[in-house]
Design a protein around this ligand. Sequence first.
Ligand code: SF4
Length: 323
Amino acid sequence: MQFKTLYGPVRSGRLGLSLGVDLLGKRICSLDCVYCEVGPTRVHTLERRVYMPARTILEELHSWKRQGLPKPEVITLGGLGEPCLNTELEEIIVGSRAIFPDIPVAVLTNSTLLHDPSVRRELATTQMVLPSLDTLVPEEFVRINTPCSGVSLENITSGLLELRSRYSGRIFLEILLARGINDTPKNLTLLRDFLPKLGPDRVDVVTMTRPGASPLAEAVDQRTLTAWRVELQGTTDPKQDIEQPAAIQAQDQIQGVAQDLTTDAQRELVLNSLRRRPQTIDQVREALGLGTEQTRAVFADLTAQGAIQHAQELGEDFFQAAP
Ligand code: SF4
Protein backbone atom coordinates (compact mmCIF):
# COMPACT_ATOMS: atom_id res chain seq x y z
CA MET A 1 0.00 0.00 0.00
CA GLN A 2 1.31 3.43 -0.87
CA PHE A 3 0.86 5.69 2.14
CA LYS A 4 -0.15 9.27 1.58
CA THR A 5 -0.21 10.44 5.20
CA LEU A 6 2.56 8.36 6.83
CA TYR A 7 6.26 8.90 6.29
CA GLY A 8 9.36 7.37 7.72
CA PRO A 9 10.16 6.02 10.11
CA VAL A 10 13.01 8.49 10.39
CA ARG A 11 15.48 8.72 13.22
CA SER A 12 14.93 12.02 14.95
CA GLY A 13 17.57 13.47 17.25
CA ARG A 14 14.88 14.54 19.71
CA LEU A 15 12.49 11.59 19.67
CA GLY A 16 14.24 8.47 18.46
CA LEU A 17 12.63 6.35 15.73
CA SER A 18 9.66 8.42 14.64
CA LEU A 19 6.77 7.55 12.32
CA GLY A 20 5.59 10.86 10.89
CA VAL A 21 1.94 11.60 10.15
CA ASP A 22 0.93 14.38 7.79
CA LEU A 23 -2.23 16.16 8.97
CA LEU A 24 -2.36 18.61 6.05
CA GLY A 25 -1.79 16.84 2.71
CA LYS A 26 -0.49 20.08 1.18
CA ARG A 27 1.79 22.97 2.14
CA ILE A 28 -0.68 24.64 4.49
CA CYS A 29 0.78 26.62 7.36
CA SER A 30 0.35 29.74 9.46
CA LEU A 31 4.07 30.49 8.94
CA ASP A 32 6.39 30.43 5.94
CA CYS A 33 9.79 29.84 7.52
CA VAL A 34 12.94 30.51 5.52
CA TYR A 35 14.40 27.21 6.69
CA CYS A 36 11.33 25.02 6.07
CA GLU A 37 12.36 21.58 4.82
CA VAL A 38 9.12 20.96 2.94
CA GLY A 39 9.32 24.07 0.77
CA PRO A 40 7.45 27.37 0.60
CA THR A 41 3.98 27.60 2.17
CA ARG A 42 1.20 27.51 -0.45
CA VAL A 43 -1.80 28.21 1.78
CA HIS A 44 -0.81 30.74 4.43
CA THR A 45 -3.60 30.65 6.97
CA LEU A 46 -4.72 30.43 10.59
CA GLU A 47 -8.06 28.93 9.62
CA ARG A 48 -8.73 25.52 11.16
CA ARG A 49 -10.39 22.97 8.86
CA VAL A 50 -10.41 19.25 8.07
CA TYR A 51 -7.38 19.44 5.80
CA MET A 52 -6.83 15.67 6.07
CA PRO A 53 -9.66 13.48 7.42
CA ALA A 54 -8.89 11.50 10.57
CA ARG A 55 -10.45 8.47 8.88
CA THR A 56 -7.77 8.46 6.13
CA ILE A 57 -4.92 8.75 8.63
CA LEU A 58 -6.26 6.08 10.98
CA GLU A 59 -6.87 3.64 8.11
CA GLU A 60 -3.23 4.05 7.09
CA LEU A 61 -2.01 3.52 10.66
CA HIS A 62 -4.10 0.32 10.83
CA SER A 63 -2.57 -0.80 7.56
CA TRP A 64 0.98 -0.03 8.79
CA LYS A 65 0.34 -2.23 11.81
CA ARG A 66 -1.35 -5.02 9.82
CA GLN A 67 1.58 -5.22 7.40
CA GLY A 68 4.07 -5.55 10.27
CA LEU A 69 6.11 -2.57 9.07
CA PRO A 70 8.88 -1.28 11.39
CA LYS A 71 7.47 -0.37 14.78
CA PRO A 72 8.37 3.21 15.69
CA GLU A 73 9.27 4.53 19.15
CA VAL A 74 6.96 7.49 18.71
CA ILE A 75 4.15 8.62 16.40
CA THR A 76 4.79 12.23 15.45
CA LEU A 77 1.93 14.36 14.18
CA GLY A 78 3.16 17.08 11.84
CA GLY A 79 3.67 16.91 8.10
CA LEU A 80 3.49 19.46 5.34
CA GLY A 81 2.45 22.33 7.59
CA GLU A 82 1.02 23.17 11.00
CA PRO A 83 -0.85 20.09 12.33
CA CYS A 84 -2.97 22.05 14.83
CA LEU A 85 -4.77 23.62 11.86
CA ASN A 86 -6.56 20.29 11.38
CA THR A 87 -9.88 20.34 13.27
CA GLU A 88 -9.81 16.53 13.56
CA LEU A 89 -6.60 16.69 15.59
CA GLU A 90 -8.17 15.17 18.69
CA GLU A 91 -9.73 12.28 16.78
CA ILE A 92 -6.34 11.58 15.19
CA ILE A 93 -4.55 11.62 18.57
CA VAL A 94 -7.12 9.37 20.25
CA GLY A 95 -7.26 7.01 17.24
CA SER A 96 -3.45 6.73 17.03
CA ARG A 97 -3.25 5.82 20.70
CA ALA A 98 -5.96 3.20 20.28
CA ILE A 99 -4.14 1.56 17.33
CA PHE A 100 -0.69 1.68 18.98
CA PRO A 101 -1.44 1.79 22.74
CA ASP A 102 2.20 1.31 23.74
CA ILE A 103 3.63 4.04 21.50
CA PRO A 104 3.61 7.68 22.66
CA VAL A 105 2.13 10.40 20.47
CA ALA A 106 4.02 13.67 19.95
CA VAL A 107 2.85 16.81 18.16
CA LEU A 108 5.17 19.21 16.35
CA THR A 109 3.77 22.72 16.37
CA ASN A 110 4.87 26.19 15.40
CA SER A 111 3.02 27.47 18.52
CA THR A 112 0.76 29.86 16.58
CA LEU A 113 -2.50 28.19 17.66
CA LEU A 114 -1.67 27.45 21.29
CA HIS A 115 -3.56 30.53 22.50
CA ASP A 116 -6.75 28.75 21.33
CA PRO A 117 -8.21 26.84 24.34
CA SER A 118 -9.70 24.14 22.09
CA VAL A 119 -6.29 23.37 20.58
CA ARG A 120 -4.75 23.06 24.05
CA ARG A 121 -7.61 20.78 25.13
CA GLU A 122 -7.09 18.58 22.07
CA LEU A 123 -3.36 18.28 22.80
CA ALA A 124 -4.01 17.20 26.39
CA THR A 125 -3.98 13.46 25.63
CA THR A 126 -0.58 13.45 23.91
CA GLN A 127 2.62 12.55 25.72
CA MET A 128 4.79 15.22 24.12
CA VAL A 129 4.39 18.58 22.47
CA LEU A 130 7.33 19.99 20.52
CA PRO A 131 6.69 23.68 19.98
CA SER A 132 9.07 25.96 18.15
CA LEU A 133 9.96 29.52 19.10
CA ASP A 134 12.84 30.95 17.10
CA THR A 135 12.77 34.54 18.26
CA LEU A 136 11.02 36.98 20.55
CA VAL A 137 12.13 40.01 18.51
CA PRO A 138 9.18 41.10 16.30
CA GLU A 139 11.28 42.13 13.26
CA GLU A 140 13.25 38.88 13.38
CA PHE A 141 10.00 36.91 13.70
CA VAL A 142 8.75 38.42 10.44
CA ARG A 143 12.04 37.69 8.65
CA ILE A 144 12.57 34.12 9.79
CA ASN A 145 9.00 32.82 10.17
CA THR A 146 6.86 35.08 7.90
CA PRO A 147 3.60 34.84 9.90
CA CYS A 148 0.22 35.03 8.20
CA SER A 149 -2.30 37.66 9.19
CA GLY A 150 -3.64 37.12 12.71
CA VAL A 151 -0.47 35.55 14.13
CA SER A 152 1.27 37.50 16.90
CA LEU A 153 4.22 36.89 19.18
CA GLU A 154 2.00 37.89 22.13
CA ASN A 155 -0.45 35.08 21.33
CA ILE A 156 2.42 32.63 20.87
CA THR A 157 4.02 33.37 24.24
CA SER A 158 0.70 33.46 26.12
CA GLY A 159 -0.37 30.21 24.42
CA LEU A 160 2.87 28.50 25.40
CA LEU A 161 2.53 29.64 29.02
CA GLU A 162 -1.12 28.50 29.13
CA LEU A 163 -0.16 25.12 27.70
CA ARG A 164 2.57 24.67 30.28
CA SER A 165 0.25 25.52 33.17
CA ARG A 166 -2.21 22.67 32.42
CA TYR A 167 -0.43 20.13 30.23
CA SER A 168 0.84 17.02 32.00
CA GLY A 169 3.00 15.72 29.14
CA ARG A 170 6.49 16.84 28.26
CA ILE A 171 7.28 20.02 26.34
CA PHE A 172 10.41 20.03 24.18
CA LEU A 173 10.98 23.55 22.90
CA GLU A 174 12.99 24.04 19.72
CA ILE A 175 14.84 27.24 18.82
CA LEU A 176 16.31 27.26 15.31
CA LEU A 177 19.05 29.78 14.60
CA ALA A 178 19.61 31.21 11.12
CA ARG A 179 22.75 33.24 10.53
CA GLY A 180 22.23 36.99 10.39
CA ILE A 181 18.51 36.73 11.23
CA ASN A 182 17.76 35.61 14.80
CA ASP A 183 21.24 34.92 16.21
CA THR A 184 21.30 38.35 17.85
CA PRO A 185 22.15 39.34 21.45
CA LYS A 186 18.69 40.92 21.77
CA ASN A 187 16.95 37.65 20.96
CA LEU A 188 19.24 35.71 23.27
CA THR A 189 18.43 38.05 26.16
CA LEU A 190 14.66 37.89 25.57
CA LEU A 191 14.67 34.09 25.30
CA ARG A 192 16.88 33.75 28.37
CA ASP A 193 14.30 35.75 30.35
CA PHE A 194 11.31 33.89 28.93
CA LEU A 195 12.47 30.28 29.33
CA PRO A 196 12.39 30.15 33.15
CA LYS A 197 8.77 31.37 33.04
CA LEU A 198 7.87 28.65 30.56
CA GLY A 199 9.81 25.83 32.20
CA PRO A 200 9.99 23.45 29.22
CA ASP A 201 11.19 19.90 29.90
CA ARG A 202 13.91 20.40 27.34
CA VAL A 203 15.26 23.15 25.11
CA ASP A 204 16.90 22.25 21.81
CA VAL A 205 18.93 24.98 20.13
CA VAL A 206 19.58 23.87 16.56
CA THR A 207 20.51 25.19 13.15
CA MET A 208 19.87 23.95 9.63
CA THR A 209 21.33 20.55 8.83
CA ARG A 210 19.25 19.86 5.73
CA PRO A 211 18.31 21.80 2.62
CA GLY A 212 15.64 24.39 3.43
CA ALA A 213 13.04 26.37 1.50
CA SER A 214 15.12 29.46 0.89
CA PRO A 215 18.75 29.95 -0.14
CA LEU A 216 18.70 32.95 2.24
CA ALA A 217 18.62 30.60 5.21
CA GLU A 218 22.14 29.90 6.38
CA ALA A 219 23.26 27.82 9.32
CA VAL A 220 25.06 29.49 12.22
CA ASP A 221 28.58 28.30 13.01
CA GLN A 222 29.40 25.81 15.74
CA ARG A 223 30.74 28.52 18.07
CA THR A 224 27.44 30.42 18.02
CA LEU A 225 25.47 27.23 18.52
CA THR A 226 27.60 26.23 21.49
CA ALA A 227 27.34 29.69 23.08
CA TRP A 228 23.53 29.70 22.78
CA ARG A 229 23.28 26.16 24.12
CA VAL A 230 25.33 27.09 27.14
CA GLU A 231 23.12 30.14 27.76
CA LEU A 232 19.74 28.50 27.16
CA GLN A 233 20.24 24.83 27.91
CA GLY A 234 23.17 24.87 30.26
CA THR A 235 24.85 22.33 27.98
CA THR A 236 26.91 22.18 24.81
CA ASP A 237 25.39 18.98 23.50
CA PRO A 238 21.69 18.78 22.56
CA LYS A 239 21.81 15.00 22.42
CA GLN A 240 23.27 14.41 25.85
CA ASP A 241 19.92 13.75 27.49
CA ILE A 242 18.56 11.49 24.78
CA GLU A 243 18.25 7.97 26.06
CA GLN A 244 20.71 6.38 23.72
CA PRO A 245 20.36 2.83 25.09
CA ALA A 246 16.62 2.87 24.31
CA ALA A 247 17.34 4.15 20.83
CA ILE A 248 19.89 1.41 20.28
CA GLN A 249 17.47 -1.19 21.62
CA ALA A 250 14.79 -0.01 19.24
CA GLN A 251 17.28 -0.11 16.40
CA ASP A 252 18.01 -3.72 17.30
CA GLN A 253 14.29 -4.46 17.25
CA ILE A 254 13.78 -3.07 13.78
CA GLN A 255 16.92 -4.70 12.41
CA GLY A 256 15.69 -7.61 10.38
CA VAL A 257 12.14 -6.29 10.07
CA ALA A 258 12.86 -3.97 7.14
CA GLN A 259 15.61 -6.33 5.99
CA ASP A 260 13.10 -9.15 5.66
CA LEU A 261 10.66 -7.15 3.54
CA THR A 262 10.46 -7.72 -0.19
CA THR A 263 12.59 -5.43 -2.36
CA ASP A 264 9.42 -3.67 -3.54
CA ALA A 265 8.35 -3.01 0.06
CA GLN A 266 11.83 -1.73 0.95
CA ARG A 267 11.75 0.61 -2.06
CA GLU A 268 8.33 1.89 -1.00
CA LEU A 269 9.52 2.50 2.58
CA VAL A 270 12.59 4.41 1.42
CA LEU A 271 10.59 6.46 -1.08
CA ASN A 272 7.99 7.18 1.58
CA SER A 273 10.66 8.48 3.91
CA LEU A 274 12.22 10.67 1.20
CA ARG A 275 8.86 12.13 0.16
CA ARG A 276 8.70 14.29 3.25
CA ARG A 277 12.30 14.99 4.14
CA PRO A 278 15.60 15.13 2.25
CA GLN A 279 18.01 12.62 3.82
CA THR A 280 21.40 11.04 3.28
CA ILE A 281 21.73 7.32 2.48
CA ASP A 282 23.10 6.69 5.97
CA GLN A 283 20.18 8.45 7.68
CA VAL A 284 17.69 6.28 5.80
CA ARG A 285 19.71 3.11 6.36
CA GLU A 286 19.90 3.76 10.09
CA ALA A 287 16.21 4.67 10.44
CA LEU A 288 14.97 1.63 8.56
CA GLY A 289 17.52 -0.83 9.88
CA LEU A 290 18.56 -1.92 6.39
CA GLY A 291 22.01 -3.26 5.51
CA THR A 292 24.49 -0.98 3.76
CA GLU A 293 24.44 -2.88 0.47
CA GLN A 294 20.64 -3.26 0.55
CA THR A 295 20.22 0.47 1.07
CA ARG A 296 22.62 1.36 -1.72
CA ALA A 297 20.82 -1.04 -4.08
CA VAL A 298 17.43 0.50 -3.25
CA PHE A 299 18.79 4.03 -3.78
CA ALA A 300 20.36 2.98 -7.10
CA ASP A 301 17.02 1.48 -8.26
CA LEU A 302 15.02 4.53 -7.23
CA THR A 303 17.53 6.86 -8.89
CA ALA A 304 17.46 4.81 -12.11
CA GLN A 305 13.64 4.97 -12.10
CA GLY A 306 13.76 8.75 -11.64
CA ALA A 307 11.80 8.38 -8.39
CA ILE A 308 14.39 10.22 -6.29
CA GLN A 309 16.78 13.08 -6.89
CA HIS A 310 20.20 13.83 -5.51
CA ALA A 311 21.52 17.20 -4.34
CA GLN A 312 24.74 18.29 -2.66
CA GLU A 313 23.70 20.53 0.23
CA LEU A 314 25.54 21.70 3.31
CA GLY A 315 28.52 19.57 2.23
CA GLU A 316 26.55 16.30 2.20
CA ASP A 317 24.78 14.11 -0.37
CA PHE A 318 21.02 14.42 0.21
CA PHE A 319 18.26 12.59 -1.63
CA GLN A 320 14.58 13.43 -1.89
CA ALA A 321 11.59 12.09 -3.79
CA ALA A 322 11.19 13.54 -7.29
CA PRO A 323 8.29 16.01 -7.55
S1 SF4 B 1 6.10 26.22 10.82
FE1 SF4 B 1 7.05 24.33 10.19
S2 SF4 B 1 5.85 23.62 8.42
FE2 SF4 B 1 5.32 25.77 8.77
S3 SF4 B 1 6.68 26.88 7.39
FE3 SF4 B 1 7.68 26.79 9.40
S4 SF4 B 1 9.00 24.98 9.32
FE4 SF4 B 1 7.54 24.82 7.61
